[in-house]
Design a protein around this ligand. Structure first.
Ligand code: NDP
Length: 464
C-alpha cells in the first residue's frame, strides 16, 4: 500500500511528489488528465511511484487512514476535486490542500468535511518549484489530531534548519492558509523595501547596477541576511543576452500579482489592523501597472529631479539601517495581524512556531526570524515586536536613519511608499497622544457620535 497520495501533477504537485519519493515514501500519484501523469513518469522515474489514471484505484491504493495531498488550482477547482474525492473516502481519512486557497474557503471546507468525518488540513506551502522538490516551508492548519497522522511525512519533506523541520502545526480551521497569506503579504513588503533601497542607491547615491549587486551581497552577510536580498544580488548581475545591458534594465516596470497580498490587506481592514507597509506594497504594484499613464504624467506633473549625493559612503550605511528598520516594521505588522486573527478567530496561533517555520524553504526566510521567535519565546503574548528587547534596541538605534532616508527620498521626488509607511507607522505607534481627540470631536459635532474624556469616566456629547 502507498503511504500517501498526491493529486495534481502540475509544477508544484510533481515536485512535491518527487520530494516525497526521494525521502522514501511510497507515493500514489494522480492527475485528472493523463498528460501530466505521463510527464511525471518521465520526469520522476522512481520505483516507489505508483501512477494512477483512475481516481477510484488511486484512492484504494492508499493505506488507511488515507492521506491525500492536493496541489490543484485554488478556488472552484479545489472544491470540485474535493467533491469527487470525498465519496470515495472513509471516516478518519485526511485531505490536505497545498494550493494557495483563501483561508475563508479553507474554513468552509474544514467544517463541511468534518460533517462527513473526513479531516481537512489547509497546508500553506512556500518555496516555489525548487522548494517543493528540495524542502518547502509548510504551514498546516486544521485538526491537531489529524496533523499528528501526517506529521512524519510533512516534517520529513519540509526544509530543515539546525535539525528542526520548517513545518509545524499552526492552528485550527483554515489557519494554515491564513499563515501562508500573511507570509505572502510580508513578502510583498520585503520586496518593495529592497526595491526602494535599490532606487535610492541608483538615483541618489549614483551606484551602478554591478556595484549595487556587490553592496547587497555584503549586506547579506549581516543582520539583513535573507533569501530575497540574496536573489536581488543575483538578479542585478544577470546581463541581457540581446543587448548586454543588465537584464533588470530591460524588464518592463509593471509588476504582476496573484492576489494574496490584496487578501492580506483586505483582511487587515476586516480585523482593524494597521497594516500600512504591506498595503502600500500592494498599492505600489497597482500604481506600477499604470505604465502608460505614468509616462504621460512624468511629462505633465512637476516635482524635483533626483540629485546625486556626494557623500555616498556615509549615506550607504544610513540606507542599510533604514532598510533594516523598514523590514522590522513590516514583519511587526504581519505578526500583529497574526495575533489579532488568532484572538478574533480563536485559532491559538503559535507565533513562535510560525517564525521558526519561515526560517527555511520559504521566500521570506531571513535571519531576523531567529530574533522574532526568540521574542515570542520570551513572551508568547507579546503585544508588538517593537517592544521586545532586541527590536526595541535596534529601532531606537536606527530610527533616525530611516527618518533621514525618507526625507532625502522625498526631497528628491522618489517614490518610496514602504519606507515612508514604515516611518509613519513607527511614529504613530510611539505617539502617546494620537490626535484622535480631534476626530472624536468632529464626529460628535456632525453626527452626535459622543466621546470619552481623558479626565473622567463616562460617555459625553456636546451641543456644538
Ligand atoms: P499548475 O497550473 O502547474 O498545476 C495545477 C494543477 O491543477 C494541475 O495538476 C492541473 O491539471 C490541476 N487542475 C486544473 N484544473 C483542474 C480540474 N478542473 N480538476 C482537477 N485538477 C485540475 O499550478 P502549480 O503547480 O504552480 O500550483 C498548484 C497549486 O499550488 C495552486 O493552488 C498554487 O496557487 C499553489 N502554489 C503554487 C506555488 C508556486 O510557486 N507555483 C507555491 C505554493 C503554492 P491539468 O493541468 O491536467 O489540468
Amino acid at each position: 500500500m502507498n503511504t500517501i497520495g498526491l493529486y495534481g501533477l502540475g509544477v508544484m504537485g510533481a515536485s512535491l511528489a518527487g520530494n516525497m519519493l526521494n525521502k522514501g515514501e511510497k507515493v500514489a500519484v494522480y492527475n485528472h488528465t493523463p498528460d501530466l501523469t505521463d510527464k511525471f513518469k518521465s520526469d520522476f522515474p522512481h520505483e516507489n511511484a505508483d501512477l494512477h489514471y483512475d481516481l477510484k484505484r488511486f484512492v484504494s491504493s492508499l493505506e488507511t487512514p488515507r492521506k491525500i495531498f492536493l496541489l490543484v488550482t485554488a478556488g472552484s477547482v479545489t472544491d470540485s476535486v474535493i467533491e469527487s474525492l470525498s465519496p470515495l473516502l472513509d471516516k478518519g481519512d485526511i485531505i490536505m490542500d497545498g494550493g494557495n486557497s483563501n483561508f475563508v474557503d479553507s474554513n468552509r471546507r474544514y467544517h463541511a468535511l468534518k460533517e462527513q468525518r473526513i479531516h481537512f488540513l489547509g497546508v500553506g506551502v512556500s518555496g516555489g518549484q525548487e522548494g517543493a522538490l528540495k524542502g518547502p516551508a509548510l504551514m498546516p492548519g486544521g485538526d491537531e489530531a489529524a496533523y499528528k497522522e501526517v506529521a512524519p511525512v510533512l516534517e520529513k519533506i519540509s526544509a530543515q534548519v539546525n535539525g528542526k523541520a520548517c513545518c509545524a502545526y499552526v492552528g485550527r480551521e483554515g489557519s494554515g492558509h491564513y499563515v501562508k497569506m500573511i507570509h505572502n503579504g510580508i513578502e510583498y513588503a520585503d520586496m518593495q523595501l529592497i526595491t526602494e533601497t535599490y532606487q535610492i542607491m541608483r538615483n541618489i547615491l549614483g551606484y551602478t547596477v554591478e556595484e549595487i549587486a556587490d553592496i547587497f551581497e555584503e549586506w547579506n552577510q549581516g543582520e539583513l541576511e535573507s533569501y530575497l536580498l540574496e536573489i536581488t544580488s543575483d538578479i542585478l548581475r544577470r546581463k541581457d543576452d540581446d543587448t548586454g545591458r543588465p537584464l533588470v534594465d530591460v524588464i518592463l516596470d509593471k509588476s504582476g500579482q496573484k492576489g494574496t497580498g490584496k487578501w492580506t490587506s483586505q483582511n487587515a481592514l476586516d480585523l482593524g489592523v494597521p497594516l500600512s507597509i504591506i498595503t502600500e506594497s500592494v498599492f505600489a504594484r497597482f500604481l506600477s501597472s499604470l505604465k502608460n499613464e505614468r509616462v504621460e504624467a512624468a511629462v505633465k506633473l512637476n516635482g524635483p529631479e533626483p540629485k546625486l549625493e556626494t557623500n555616498r559612503e556615509e549615506w550607504l550605511e544610513i540606507l542599510r539601517q533604514a532598510l533594516f528598520v523598514g523590514k522590522i516594521n513590516a514583519y511587526t505588522q504581519g505578526f500583529q495581524q497574526y495575533k489579532k486573527a488568532s484572538d478574533e478567530y480563536q485559532w491559538e496561533l503559535n507565533l513562535r512556531e510560525i517564525a521558526l517555520i519561515f526560517r527555511g524553504g520559504c521566500i521570506i526566510r531571513a535571519s531576523i526570524l531567529n530574533q522574532i521567535s526568540a521574542a515570542y519565546d520570551e513572551d508568547k503574548d507579546l503585544n508588538n515586536l517593537l517592544l521586545a528587547s532586541y527590536f526595541n534596541d535596534k529601532v531606537n538605534d536606527y530610527e533616525s536613519s530611516l527618518r533621514r532616508i525618507v526625507v532625502k527620498a522625498v526631497e528628491n521626488g522618489l517614490y518610496v511608499p514602504c519606507l515612508t509607511a514604515s516611518l509613519t507607522y513607527y511614529d504613530g505607534y510611539r505617539s502617546a497622544e494620537s490626535g484622535a481627540n480631534m476626530i472624536q470631536a468632529q464626529r460628535d459635532y456632525f453626527g452626535a457620535h459622543t466621546y470619552q474624556r481623558n479626565d473622567k469616566d463616562g460617555v459625553f456629547h456636546t451641543e456644538w
